[in-house]
Design a protein around this ligand. Structure first.
Ligand code: M6R
Length: 364
């Protein structure tokens, strides 16, 4: 049932504040300000290496987690797509933690990668949405996303719920390794629990994004640029656009622009720059200026502080509410989902069932 929405994708985008809240509620005690995960059959404090494997959107959630885990928990993290990982004979010293992320729990490549990691003596932790899947049966421990059934082929609410679980897992690993204290844990928990309300704020202002869709729908190519925690969101935004609007799109690390892709820029290429204020803000804005100088049509997605200081030469600026830097990937997922949605609607594609794609990829 789509409720009063035209497509499942839109309904699922709008469910995010609620399902992210529910997912966080299973792991965060907001009064005590700490994360509690289910009992693990291994000691998180003893893990000194994490390998994260997934496909598609779930893989981009893993990319965000790499930044969180390295920064907060000071642990080695490797992330790969399952189709490459399963055949590349990765070296995995025993006792490492292997994390598998999957909405369906049935993705053939991810399941095969899980079996490989198991054969290499890894602890298997899976982050899954659909209950009782094949991956659930073969994992040592499962952290569930509480997104509910996701019908749209383009993953939206499963993604932000995966990020929510990964944020909690990152906090728990950082804590177990003694890299953050109680006070810092409480601060991070409070920041996370603010996400649902901020997500609802963004959804209440979706007109701002809708008005950009007609122009973006005319483009042949679209480039998404970001740094740090938002870099995977740039790739996710590009994937969403490709998948449902059939427009060629690429997510690029903003600092890589001058190593090639800047040659693509002209007045016909929309560039979506994602830059919340924070550690890498100035660097990303300077990449944005380079693009504008080459006549790139920039849509600047930032926060209230960023919008007050930069973006005068952008075609449009979307100002999101302020939120702790740590939580920004969860919030900044929403405008890229909305943009892809409205562009697809403008193009008249089959939003919920795009051509050539299946919701669950059970063959390799
Ligand atoms: O069920 P999974 O999370 O394992 O699926 C992985 C990908 O097939 C999936 O995320 C795909 O990329 C989506 N259609 C993206 O919107």
């Amino acid at each position: 049932d789509k409720g009063n929405h035209r497509h499942f994708m839109m309904k699922e985008i709008h469910e995010q504040p609620a399902v992210v809240g529910q997912t966080l509620g299973t792991m965060i005690d907001p009064i005590q300000g700490h994360v509690t995960l289910p009992d693990m059959p291994f000691d998180l404090a003893k893990v000194d290496r994490v390998t994260i494997i997934a496909c598609g959107t779930s893989y981009y959630a893993g990319q965000v987690a790499k930044y969180w885990l390295e920064q907060m928990a000071r642990i080695n993290v490797e992330v790969d797509v399952a189709s490459e990982f399963r055949y590349r004979e990765a070296v995995m010293p025993e006792g490492g933690l292997a994390v598998f992320i999957s909405q369906s729990g049935e993705t053939a490549d991810t399941l095969a990668a899980l079996r490989y990691a198991k054969s290499q003596g890894q602890h298997i932790l899976s982050i899954l949405n659909v209950p009782q899947s094949s991956m659930e049966r073969e994992s040592d421990v499962v952290l569930h996303t509480h997104a509910g059934p996701e019908v749209g082929v383009a993953s939206t609410k499963a993604f932000t719920c995966q990020l929510s679980v990964l944020a909690c897992l990152s906090i728990a690993i950082a804590k177990a390794r003694g890299k953050i204290d109680d006070k810092e844990e409480a601060r991070l928990c409070i920041a996370l629990t603010e996400a649902p309300a901020r997500m609802a704020d963004v959804l209440n202002h979706e007109e701002a994004i809708k008005t950009l869709a007609d122009d973006v729908a005319k483009a042949r190519d679209v480039i998404y640029l970001a740094r740090g925690l938002e870099y995977p969101i740039a790739m996710e935004g590009a994937l969403k656009l490709k998948e449902i609007s059939y427009i060629h799109a690429e997510g690029y690390a903003a600092g890589e622009m001058k190593h090639g892709p800047i040659a693509l820029i002209d007045e016909d290429v929309p560039i979506i720059v994602i830059a919340p204020s924070g550690r890498l803000y100035e660097k990303t804005v300077s990449n944005m200026q380079e693009v504008i100088a080459r006549k790139g049509q920039v849509i600047f997605i930032t926060d209230e502080k960023g919008a007050a200081s930069d973006g005068q030469d952008a075609v449009a600026t979307i100002a999101l509410p302020m939120l702790d830097e740590f939580v920004t990937p969860i919030l900044y997922s929403i405008p890229v989902q909305l943009l892809a949605y409205y562009v697809a609607v403008a193009k008249g594609t089959d939003v919920d069932q795009p051509r050539n794609l299946a919701k669950s990829v059970t063959v390799e």
